[in-house]
Design a protein around this ligand. Sequence first.
Ligand code: PGA
Length: 258
Amino acid sequence: MAVIREAVRVTRKPLVAGNWKMHGSRDFVAAHLQALEAPLSELAIDIAVFPPAVYLDLAARQLAGLPVAIGAQDLSLEEDSGAFTGEVSGAMLKDVGCSLVLVGHSERRTIYGESNETVAKKFVAACSAGLTPVLCVGETLEQREAGETQQVVSAQLQAVAAVAGLDRLTASIIAYEPVWAIGTGKTATPDQAQEVHQGIRHWLGAEGAKTRILYGGSVKAANARELFSRPDIDGGLIGGAALVPEEFSAICRLADQQ
Ligand code: PGA
């Protein structure tokens, strides 16, 4: 069992990613990243932060030389550049030091009306720019209660696979984030999360065994250990708890101990 776990860890190294959402300031970036520097530099897992777009450059400069990846929270579905007022392209994100980008976060889907098709186009734009997409999928409470969780998640995956191809989907990172657990303090139980992660992996087919699948939704130090101990959970996408350096570093340490 331990040997299998080790083999899996080679391709699916745990990743803890902090999604700052629309929080922060120049002072916050400086203080927060400085507080993370020492605790995170000794860990063997992958770590990433997703600051708001205007602070990406600042964060990238401050993290230069540290083993922490930078990701953006969204990108334009147009490629590179053009007359698209207010948009930020994948090429620009890459230019300021990003290697990752969230695609299809539930707040983008519900508040800004991003459809599965839009999400798929953004996924492709991310790949074209040389960024690794972190594709967020997940069901609402209503859908869960109607027994539609796997169906909803499969449709979200299928929309991306249809446009980007299954190969690019399995080579990306997937974050299962039940909408009812995001920012609500309600976490999916480790069993609920494991069941959906296993379903996603099964849906992805043979190559899905290598895909990193993160859990997100009210993850904190108090519940991270149990979630990360499940075989198909390869780390977490952390919102609120990522804004508190002690909490975020504690979650990273728990992932490192698995
Ligand atoms: P939360 O957010 O940890 O605050 O629930 C997670 C996310 O939205 O990625």
